[in-house]
Design a protein around this ligand. Structure first.
Ligand code: FAD
Length: 471
């Protein structure tokens, strides 16, 4: 069977990016058909154990605000004002994200996806087609082939004016491009895998741990992170190596599991009545980094979101970057010039940035899990915050540039390396751990900062947050 939709835009994948992109295009009066491989998740129960928790940062909120749906999403999220580091001795270290109270927002990916589908389905310009998995794209003929995942039967061929592959890290649409001459594809599996474990809501109400913080147990070669959920429970992601000790391979029995928790994060044990079930019921999931080029094929098909740039989750940016992709594409479309020009501009603005981000995300694991345990790290962070206070327009910590501004990722990387060099110079001062907050060090900071230029990109933190008011 074949369907001709030459005046329509086809999007493969109704995940976070596919639905947001559909809404942006519909706002500009394009007819959009979104084909999703799964059944409609609004009709079934939430997936057990794979309800990944995300943090939405300002780049993601910017897109949701532009679509006028930030208020609805906000109702499904909880603000996080910083991190709580749980060290190996059971001590707690509070690290606010910024002094002025900037927040990330915790939300379940499933819940976010449901709300986005609900919002997209309200547009007369958007048709959502479920149970259609893309198995082939033909760039020359401008067609996509879908298999029916519910009924079976002959695949459905669809032609379109323009097409987007928003079908995630393991994109089916991208798979057929692997045979296209000149298509470059890089994929790297992380040495870590993850599982999601539940932390029960206390019977008396509230949350078991401070719900305004992201809780982190940094342990070098492994890491645990806990996010609050609406309703008082929390979700703990455990990131462990696939092989070695400890690893998902080495923790095989309930007693292994208990011994591991006793050793590395004892404070969590009483909060996890279902630990054994959660841990043993499911296989661990993989984490993958991908980069590819080109993103645009035949001026007709563009890769977007995780299909173009999957990354490890340690900077909390995969979805945020994917939503920023949509915002950049919509701005290019508003400028006009025809689809081929719009897609080319989109790739020009985004590919280097997102490739850079995938590398930053890998490196950030070291900061989160390894360096956070180093006593020098505490001094470096104190210096970083001090310099930020002294020159807030010229020295902005990497995490703040990523999460609370829209500075391009390439520029973030360039500045972060330079800033790290400045900190490294200060760390050479004898006794810096004692004298970091003295006028003498301040004089040195001023000298080293002399040729740092202001960051020109906007801070998004100042953008209207009216829609983000408490629900
Ligand atoms: C553990 C973990 C934690 C994370 N934490 C964060 C975070 O804190 N902040 C953040 O910003 N990001 C985070 N991410 C990343 C984020 O989940 C992804 O970047 C985001 O979901 C990408 O959106 P997407 O729409 O591109 O892809 P997806 O969300 O994967 O959606 C793709 C859609 O396409 C469908 N599909 C797949 N193949 C086909 C096919 N062949 N045909 C049709 N449909 C298909 C899928 O069913 C799905 O609905 C995290 C990821 C993980 C794994």
């Amino acid at each position: 069977m074949s369907t001709k939709s030459e005046d329509e835009v086809v999007i493969v994948g109704a995940g976070l990016v596919g639905t947001v992109l559909a809404m942006y295009l519909a706002q500009q009066n394009h007819r959009v058909v979104v084909y999703e491989g799964r059944s409609d998740p609004r009709n079934g129960p939430p997936p057990s154990g794979r309800s990944i928790n995300l943090t939405l940062a300002d780049r993601g909120w910017k897109a949701l605000r532009e679509l006028g749906i930030a208020g609805e999403i906000r109702k499904r999220s909880l603000p996080l004002l910083g991190r709580m580091i749980h060290d190996e001795s059971g001590n707690l270290h509070h690290q606010p994200y910024t002094e002025k109270g900037d927040a990330l927002y915790a939300i379940s990916r499933f819940s976010l996806n449901l709300e986005l589908l609900e919002q997209a389905s309200q547009s007369p310009n958007i048709e959502l087609v479920f149970d259609h998995r893309c198995i082939e794209v033909d760039v020359e003929r401008r067609t996509l082939l879908f298999e029916r995942t519910d009924k079976g039967g002959a695949p459905v061929e669809v032609s379109s004016q323009v097409a987007f592959a928003a079908d995630g890290a393991y994109s089916g649409a991208r798979r057929s491009l692997l045979r296209a001459p000149g298509f470059q594809f890089f994929q790297k599996y992380s040495f870590l895998q993850y599982k999601e474990l539940s932390i029960a809501a206390p019977p008396m109400g509230g949350w078991p741990l401070d719900e305004s913080l992201l809780h982190v147990w940094p342990r070098g070669d492994h890491l645990l992170v806990a996010f609050p959920n609406l309703g008082g429970s929390m979700t703990c992601s455990i990131f462990l190596p696939t092989h070695g000790d400890p690893s998902f391979e080495s923790i095989n029995t309930p007693s292994d599991l208990r011994a591991f928790f006793e050793r590395t994060c004892k404070d969590l044990l009483p909060l996890m009545p279902n630990l054994e079930y959660d841990y043993f019921a499911r296989a661990p999931s993989s984490l993958v980094t991908t980069r590819c080029a080109p993103w645009v094929h035949g001026g007709w098909l563009a890769l977007i979101g995780d299909a173009a740039h999957a990354m490890v989750p340690f900077l909390g940016q995969g979805a945020n970057a994917g939503l920023e992709d949509c915002s950049v594409l919509a701005a290019a479309l508003r400028r006009g010039g025809g689809w081929a020009a719009v897609l080319a501009e989109f790739e020009r603005r985004r590919r280097d940035n997102c490739d850079t981000l995938t590398g930053l995300a890998e490196r950030h694991y070291m900061e989160l899990a390894e360096r956070a345990r180093d006593p020098n790290f505490v001094v470096e962070k104190a210096l970083e915050q001090k310099i930020y206070r002294m020159a807030p327009d010229r020295f902005i910590p990497l995490y703040n540039m990523i999460s609370f501004r829209d500075t391009s990722y390439v520029e973030v990387d360039r500045r972060a390396r330079r800033q790290q060099g400045l900190i490294a110079e200060l760390m050479k001062i004898p006794g810096i751990e004692e004298i970091w907050n003295t006028p003498e060090v301040e004089r040195e900071i001023r000298r080293l900062l002399a040729d740092f230029q202001p960051v020109v990109n906007r801070s998004l933190a100042g953008a209207p947050l009216v829609e983000l008011a408490e629900p």
